[in-house]
Design a protein around this ligand. Structure first.
Ligand SMILES: O=S(=O)(O)c1ccc(O)c(O)c1
Ligand SMILES: [Fe+2]
Length: 341
């Protein structure tokens, strides 16, 4: 008898290990405008202006930077137990997390998914003040809410198939006749809550926050330029082919990638069709055909397992970057290139 999947509502919270908390605060709060809802010398709890849960991002001081957890909200308290049973039935590591372990979050279950990521499921969460119309407080890129996670994994097909078992549907893919290079999957009625980028993993690729309008993305660029922090800008601004969103990728002081993202589309009907892009289409990742900088394909944040140790990396046989990808200007991979470490 298959164990039913928990009813996942959305990507809701994440925790990053950072090596210098004041430095991180200057980037995430002073420059980008995230709201620091609670903080001390060890940890900062951040949220966007539209959010009412206690927080949506935790920055925790640690000797090494990395991803400590990706967290999904589930619809009922019973879904927390269902999540534990679903992952335990697959022989995957699970940990019960007492309420308050993460401030503002009730009891949760933390698991390692088959891709090797630390993933948490929770229901109860403290409500905090909403700042959606506190225009007197809104600053920087005016981040509204957490939108999605993107992770690097060597087998996108396996990742896709597991999250489909977990009840996620597929909004878009990048593929060719031989393989699935990337996939975007959702529970909330937008393009994605989780996306898979082919590459050595498990590593976090990015965490994305929705901003109200494209001008908030341009303002983030201008602010970083004004303070000579332009080196934090990695890719964009631009228009995605996949998702149709307007985007900007930044790297925080520890190298964690975040995306500021706006104007994707609704996916809430039961028969929402999957949009399939060819890996040969130069507009798939940037609709205007702009190159994707190599670091965007190659770099990500270490993932820590439930034991707190960095997860060893598994490398894919072939990655999108080494296949003819048009806009990236990289020719079809030669056998020799594919053999390179
Ligand atoms: O670069 S892609 O157009 O594939 C893309 C689409 C949506 C995203 O959220 C993303 O990070 C990347
Ligand atoms: Fe993204």
């Amino acid at each position: 008898m298959p164990v039913p999947a928990p009813d996942v509502v959305r990507a809701a919270d994440a925790e990053l290990a950072v090596t210098d908390l004041p430095r991180a605060r200057r980037f995430w709060v002073d420059a980008l405008g995230f709201v620091a809802i609670e903080e001390d010398d060890e940890v900062i709890y951040l949220r966007g202006y539209e959010e009412f849960l206690h927080h949506s991002l935790v920055l925790r001081k640690a000797p090494e930077p990395g991803l400590r957890r990706l967290a999904y909200r589930v619809r009922t308290p019973e879904d927390v137990q269902r999540a534990k049973e679903f992952f335990a039935a697959k022989g995957l590591p699970t940990q019960e997390v007492p309420a308050g372990t993460t401030r503002g979050i009730g009891e949760a279950v933390r698991v390692e998914d088959p891709l090797g990521f630390p993933v948490e499921f929770f229901h109860h969460a403290e409500h905090g003040p909403r700042h959606v119309q506190r225009y007197d407080l809104r600053r920087g890129a005016e981040p509204a809410r957490i939108d999605h996670f993107n992770v690097l994994t060597p087998d996108v097909q396996a990742a896709h198939d597991f999250y489909a078992e977990l009840g996620f549907r597929t909004s878009e893919t990048i593929e060719d006749d031989d393989q699935l290079y990337a996939a975007w999957m959702f529970r909330k009625p937008t393009v994605h809550d989780i996306a898979f980028t082919g590459g050595a993993g498990p590593r976090l690729h990015h965490i994305a926050f929705f901003v109200p309008e494209s001008h908030h993305i341009l303002r983030a660029c201008d602010i970083l330029g004004a303070t000579a922090d332009h080196a934090h800008i990695e890719r964009g601004p631009g228009r995605h082919g996949v998702s149709n969103a307007f985007y900007l990728y930044l790297r925080d002081p520890d190298g964690h990638r975040l995306e500021l993202y706006t104007s994707d589309y609704y996916t809430g009907d039961p028969d929402h069709p999957t949009s399939r892009w060819s890996v040969q289409d130069p507009r798939r990742r940037d609709f205007w055909g702009h190159d994707v900088v190599p670091s965007w394909y190659r770099e990500g944040s270490t993932a820590f397992g439930l034991d707190g140790k960095p997860k060893p990396l598994v490398h894919p046989p072939v990655s999108e970057e080494t296949v003819h990808v048009g806009a990236d200007g990289i020719g079809v991979a030669t056998e020799a290139q594919l053999q390179q470490p």
